[in-house]
Design a protein around this ligand. Structure first.
Ligand code: UDX
Length: 501
């Protein structure tokens, strides 16, 4: 479904002349997760892209082909597009501003003390663009911002404009990229949102996204042809609506996770298996199966801060978004519940060898910002535990915060001599461990699974004392057949749970 508010298809020949080509000059300001993925994917789609950042070391590293973040496919794509000169980097922000017909603002909007988004980086970039632009520009907000930021952006661009003949058009194009699958999400989005207030901006954004909307690009993610899925839906809205769509989507996902976590708590109390409950819930298309995984709760740089910013935005507008506050409270309580499980199992935490598997806020990323693991580590260390940890990507970043933790290059070393093994990130690698071997090397075969990654029955069969969230062995349905040893391997390979009727 195409929702075009300005009906540009008719009578837009001059526009076609102006922007009817697939290669545009694009500037990207901010080389973090969003900026690097956006810039690289737009170059991959055929555009001429220049990226800038206020950290000159980052730009020097990028020029040398060093990507400062772990994101599947990004290194290779960045290198290839840099080589073919479709993607370049500069620390001269003015040069970057002058280069692009369209400028994507991808700077950070971190939370302030009070939870509101800090928009100072957006304000700085707006003043820079206003001062440096010598020709008219489309200025696109890609960073997640509260509603009405676009209006402020327009005002600042106008107020600080040096060249009276330069015209600025502002648009919002929220990103829905998940870390770990950001490249795939950019190139194969389920929806693309343009928040615009004029026909020219819509036309230009359509041209920028045309290769992606029409799937006319060489896909670096899928080796063979891309999976046959529905083409992305383009949604054209006002700027305010586009800004709200981003906050409303992330906040809803956060509420969904907190809801699943509350169901898990009820399962533990009344006897039920959260995986069975959420699986059956998710089969209702009105609910859907995703974001119902119970455990340690949501972390990362987006969901927690977007929830807070949305609560504050609602408050300032006179709306008490209490259900969102509750979702946030439920999320914070997950750590308390998890640490309580550790205390109950270990009795005395002090001097115990505690092995930690997983530090990143979720699998397939090295990002530990607002990761539940950080608070778990802090509390274990405060209680005097001897902590040893493994994560395939996030150890360097974590060791900078917790140098007193011992880090190992493989999970079995962490398990060796441990009194308890904690799973804090849903890395698939942990499912595939040789649990018989783990059993043999631990001081005490105790696993506390903060991500419900493993099967309680299979773990019991291996001789482990196992605790997850909302699924204990006693609570498994009585009709479930006894699990043969071979089922452990099947569960490890990610096989589906049987739905017991
Ligand atoms: C999120 C949004 O999904 C994305 O659309 C937006 O653009 C950026 O923010 P991301 O922060 O990469 O993406 O992580 P996401 O996959 O949403 O996971 C967030 C957190 O929720 C992780 O800590 C994850 O472990 C947790 N989670 C996710 C659950 O606890 N249960 C679930 O069922 C799903």
């Amino acid at each position: 479904m195409l929702l075009a508010r300005f009906g540009f298809e008719s009578g837009a020949e001059s526009l076609e002349k102006k922007f009817g080509r697939s290669k545009l000059r694009i500037s990207v300001i901010g080389c973090g997760y969003v900026g690097l993925v956006t810039g690289t994917c737009l170059a991959e789609a055929g555009h001429q892209v220049v990226c800038t950042d206020n950290d000159p070391q980052r730009i020097t590293a990028l020029k040398a082909g060093v990507v400062p973040i772990y994101e599947p496919h990004l290194d290779a794509m960045l290198a290839a597009n840099h080589r073919s000169q479709k993607l370049s980097f500069t620390s001269d922000a003015g040069e970057a501003v002058r280069a692009g017909e369209a400028i994507f603002i991808c700077v950070g909007t971190p939370p302030l003390e009070n939870g509101e988004a800090d928009l100072s980086a957006i304000d700085n970039v707006a003043r820079l663009i206003a001062a440096e632009a010598c020709e008219s520009k489309l200025v696109v907000e890609k960073s997640t911002v509260p509603a009405q930021t676009g209006q402020q952006l327009k005002r600042v661009l106008g107020v600080y404009r040096r060249n009276g003949s330069v015209e600025f058009r502002v648009a919002s194009n929220p990103e829905f990229l998940r870390e770990g699958t950001a490249v795939e999400d950019f190139l194969h989005p389920d929806r693309v949102v343009f928040g615009v207030e004029d026909e020219v901006s819509e036309k230009q954004l359509r041209e920028i996204y045309r290769p992606i909307l029409e799937r006319r690009f060489r896909c670096p993610v899928h080796m063979s042809p891309c999976p046959a899925t529905e083409p992305p839906t383009l949604v054209v809205t006002t700027i305010n609506s586009a800004e709200l769509i981003k906050h409303a989507s992330n906040s809803f996902l956060a509420m969904k996770i907190s809801y699943a976590n509350m169901i898990a708590d009820v399962c533990e109390k009344v006897g039920g298996d959260i995986k069975e409950v959420t699986r059956a819930m998710g089969l209702d298309p009105r609910i859907g199966p995703r974001f119902l995984d119970a455990g340690l709760g949501f972390g990362g740089f987006c969901l927690p801060k977007d929830v807070q910013a949305f609560i504050r935005l609602a408050e300032r507008s006179g709306v008490d978004f209490s259900m969102l506050k509750e979702a946030e409270r439920v999320n914070k309580r997950r750590i308390d519940l998890f640490v309580e499980k550790i205390r109950q199992a270990l009795w005395v935490v002090k001097d115990k060898q505690v092995g930690v598997l997983g530090l990143a806020f979720k699998a397939n990323t090295d990002d530990i910002r607002f990761a539940p693991s950080l608070e778990v580590l802090r509390r274990l260390l405060a209680e005097g535990a001897q902590v040893r940890a493994y994560d395939q990507e996030a150890m360097d970043k974590t060791s900078a915060i917790f140098p007193q933790v011992r880090y190992f290059r493989e999970p079995y070393e962490v398990a060796h001599g441990a009194d308890a093994l904690l799973i804090l990130t849903e890395w698939p690698e942990f499912r595939q461990l040789d649990w018989e071997r783990v059993y043999g090397i631990m001081a005490r075969p105790l696993v506390i699974d903060g991500r419900n990654l493993l099967e309680p029955a299979a773990m019991a069969e291996h001789g482990f004392e196992y605790h997850g969230f909302g699924r204990t062995l006693e609570n498994l349905a009585p009709a479930a057949p006894p699990v043969p040893a071979s089922a452990f391997k099947a569960a490890s390979a990610g096989a589906e749970l049987p739905l017991v009727s």
